[in-house]
Design a protein around this ligand. Structure first.
Ligand code: BGC
Length: 747
């Protein structure tokens, strides 16, 4: 390291000692924390203001199709210590080279931090996050994040921009695909699982990476579902609905936060002191760092709260921002802002300290190259156990929406199968809109998944029939000819991957193009038709919900998509996924989520002056929590161990769930509560717990849930978080419209 050369022998001894984390102290918290802070300070003391600003600057690297290429100016910025973190650079060899410049060619040799959007997998791609959340399998979601971290950390990465925990209740918003759906409680549990998965139990291990919970905050509430749009809500709604997953991630140990693009209370989140300092630092005590979203500091000019980038830098810094992603506002203006006395050196030091802390925690000062190991990269990427785990969670994420006359599962003895639809043989869409370093050519298409399953015994007649978008029906003829010659028709329709994700809002939520017409023509043949949906959001598909003999929601399942779907289609896996976001009947019903409020005039079909539409029911097409199995599950014997309980006490609620056959299968048993009378209005139902249970054909089990008075707390108008005495209805079942109910009273 050059930096070791410039400070002389005694300095070397001091700094080596100062930088290395003494793991012998690892089990006694305070000394370790103290030692860490001393090391951080020992570096900070050596830094010039310019070097400090470099640590607060994050730039993207760009890369060509054949692999990453380095832009000269980034190389120069790294070399002059003007950038402390790089994102989008990946692969062990490439990142090693960048790291070498930082470590060997800068005055202090402070290692770079490499970030990347490892959202649902690095190379082995798992289902898009919304799809994966439908597995309701926290262990599997933790494992998928763990595997993503194992692969990413071997490929030179230290830091992922995940999990995205924005609660989303408007499926027009394309980024609903990146989160865990509409429910705050479930979203919080999933946030914890994903943070645990990425970060493991020790960031010092070379196969763990720092997570970044995003987008802080309330980004999912963009008006009209239009991305980057205006957000308006009360502080009560913010705290009750949108903040809990962030707090859950923080409590699970997440080391970084990313601010969001939207405004909140009239101030962009990126310059919002209330969010970044009052809540995050003062209330929650977060000691990691906050990065802006991509140029979101500069965008405060367009928001109209500052006149130029320099003012934007000042506003964001004074609000509590630590690192500028890509906008170069600190790079260009911070030195001047400090010299003019508009930003204090103390404020800069606080941010740099937070950033260095994470670099120390990752062990980068011990060995800056520990994450760039080409052999490990080769061995870990696409490891067989990763592919196996991907197949497992993919099939768990599939939601069976409809299955008339037991159309599914299909027999493996089918003689002739017609397979059509634009997504039937497609690979490029399967890995979703945000698949990091994923390679779609590695993805198993539905066609290949079926071939893998059935071998050559079944004749597969494949033709697309139509494209995802566009009006061309000329392919229908061939599709229908195949259909007529087949015993069973499978049609794979949906969205392209780019129709969800960032900057991908849709005003209409039906199937694009002429796909529904294709399905209609196939259903009209009278043959068994299985519709396989691939999409990144809830769709409004009432015709399919009433007419398709079988309807299978498969999202974008990633690398193992085709194999996983084939497992479900042919009965090697009994579907167990449940929706985590409501499917509306029509865009006009949005926002529509299960935990809405009753109103003073709840819907009464016989009374016009009640809360309803003239032209459509209030109910969704498919509610939150919904999903069928090849078996049926019966719920009975809902009991509580007491009818009344006091603050600080817990009620045990038990229910018997029986698998009525004809297959073994898993059921997600869900528990909801309704607070009958509150000092402020309460939702009709709130999810408070669930258990995913495997029941053999004919088996029944009694499950017990514990509900404490703390679980019944909510934010009041004075923003106090407390439970109120009174009666609570408890509902248990396989969906948010569960009807089995009992009541308890909090005294
Ligand atoms: C997105 C973030 C993402 C970042 C870096 C932004 O456009 O909003 O979610 O992490 O880019 O790629």
């Amino acid at each position: 390291m050059k930096f070791l050369q410039i400070i002389g022998l005694s300095g070397i001894v001091f700094l080596i000692h100062a930088f290395r984390l003494d793991t012998s102290l690892a089990h006694s918290e305070p000394p370790v924390a103290k030692a860490m802070e001393e090391r951080v300070d020992s570096v900070l003391r050596l830094m010039t203001l310019e070097e400090k600003i470099g640590q607060m600057t994050l730039f993207t690297s760009d890369w060509a199709v054949t692999g990453p290429t380095l832009r000269e100016n980034y190389k120069a910025d790294i070399k002059s210590a003007k950038v402390g973190a790089i994102f989008n650079a990946h692969t062990a060899a490439y990142n090693r080279e960048l790291q070498r410049i930082a470590v060997e060619e800068t005055r202090l040799g402070i290692p770079l931090l490499f970030g990347f959007d490892v959202i649902h997998g690095y190379k082995t791609i798992f289902p898009i996050s919304l799809g994966e959340s439908c597995s309701w399998d926290l262990k599997a979601m933790e494992l998928s994040a763990r595997i993503a971290a194992i692969e990413a950390s071997a490929a030179g990465l230290h830091w992922t921009y995940a999990p995205m925990v924005d609660i989303a209740r408007d499926p027009r918003w394309g980024r609903i695909s990146e989160g865990a759906g509409e429910d705050t409680w479930l979203g919080s549990r999933i946030a914890e699982a994903r943070v645990r998965g990425f970060q493991g139990d020790d960031l010092l291990k070379d196969n763990t990476i720092a997570a970044c919970v995003k987008h802080y905050a309330a980004y999912g509430a963009a008006q009209a579902g239009r991305d980057y749009h205006f957000v308006d809500m009360s502080e009560l709604v913010l705290r009750e609905t949108y903040l809990p997953p962030f707090l859950a991630a923080k409590n699970a140990g997440v080391r970084t936060f990313m601010s969001s693009f939207n405004e909140l209370f009239g101030v962009p989140a990126t310059g919002n002191r209330f969010l970044l300092t009052d809540i995050l630092r003062d209330e929650w005590g977060f000691d990691g760092f906050v990065v802006s979203d991509y140029t979101s500091i500069n965008e405060m000019v367009a928001h109209g709260v500052v006149a130029n980038d320099k003012e934007a830098a000042e506003l964001s810094l004074n609000a509590g921002m630590d690192m500028d992603m890509q906008g170069a506002t600190y790079y260009n203006h911070l030195l001047e802002l400090v010299r003019e006395g508009r930003i204090s050196v103390q404020r800069v030091n606080d941010s740099v300290r937070r950033i260095l802390r994470i670099k120390f925690e990752l062990g980068l000062f011990d060995d800056p190259y520990r994450y760039s190991n080409p052999e490990r990269e080769k061995a870990r990427v696409f490891a067989p156990e990763h592919l196996e785990a991907a197949r497992d969670i993919s099939r768990k994420s599939i939601v069976l929406l409809r299955n008339e006359n037991r159309t599914l599962p299909l027999s493996k003895g089918i003689k002739t199968l017609a397979l059509c639809g634009p997504l039937a043989a497609n690979q490029s869409e399967l890995i979703g809109s945000w698949s990091g370093a994923g390679d779609y050519k590695q993805a198993i298409s539905l066609l290949d998944g079926i071939k893998n399953k059935l071998g050559s015994n079944t004749k597969i007649l494949h033709t697309e029939g139509c494209t995802i978008e566009g009006n061309d029906k000329s392919g229908f003829k061939a599709a229908l000819a195949n259909a007529k010659a087949a015993d069973v028709i499978l049609v794979a329709v949906g969205e392209s991957a780019g129709m969800s994700g960032e900057a991908a809002s849709r005003a209409e939520l039906g199937l694009p193009g002429v796909q529904e017409d294709l399905v209609k023509a196939l259903v009209a043949t009278g043959k068994p038709v299985v519709v396989v949906l691939m999409n990144g959001r809830p769709l409004a598909i009432p015709w399919l919900a009433e007419n398709a003999p079988a309807l299978l929601e498969t999202w974008f399942l990633g690398t193992q998509a085709g194999n996983a779907i084939a497992d479900v289609l042919f009965g090697d896996y009994n579907p167990s996924g449940k929706l985590t976001a409501t499917f509306p009947r029509s865009t006009g019903q949005i926002p529509l989520h299960y935990n809405m409020k009753n109103t003073g005039r709840p819907m009464d079909p016989g009374n016009k002056y009640t809360s309803k539409y003239l032209d459509m029911p209030n109910t969704p097409l498919y509610p939150f929590g919904y999903g069928l199995s090849y078996s049926t599950f019966a719920y009975s014997n809902l009991q509580t161990d007491r009818k009344t309980f006091a603050t600080g006490e817990t009620v045990r609620i038990s229910v018997t769930v029986a698998n009525k056959g004809p297959y073994d299968g898993e059921e997600v048993v869900q528990l909801y509560v309704r607070d009958r009378v509150g000092s402020i209005t309460r939702p009709l139902r709130e999810l408070k717990g669930f258990q995913k249970v495997l029941l053999k054909n004919g088996e029944s089990k009694t499950l017990t849930f514990a509900l404490s008075s703390d679980d019944l707390r909510f934010y009041h108008n004075d923003l106090q978080f407390r439970a109120e005495p009174g009666f609570f209805d408890v509902f248990v079942g396989g969906s948010s419209d569960a009807s089995l109910t009992t009541a308890i009273e909090l005294k």
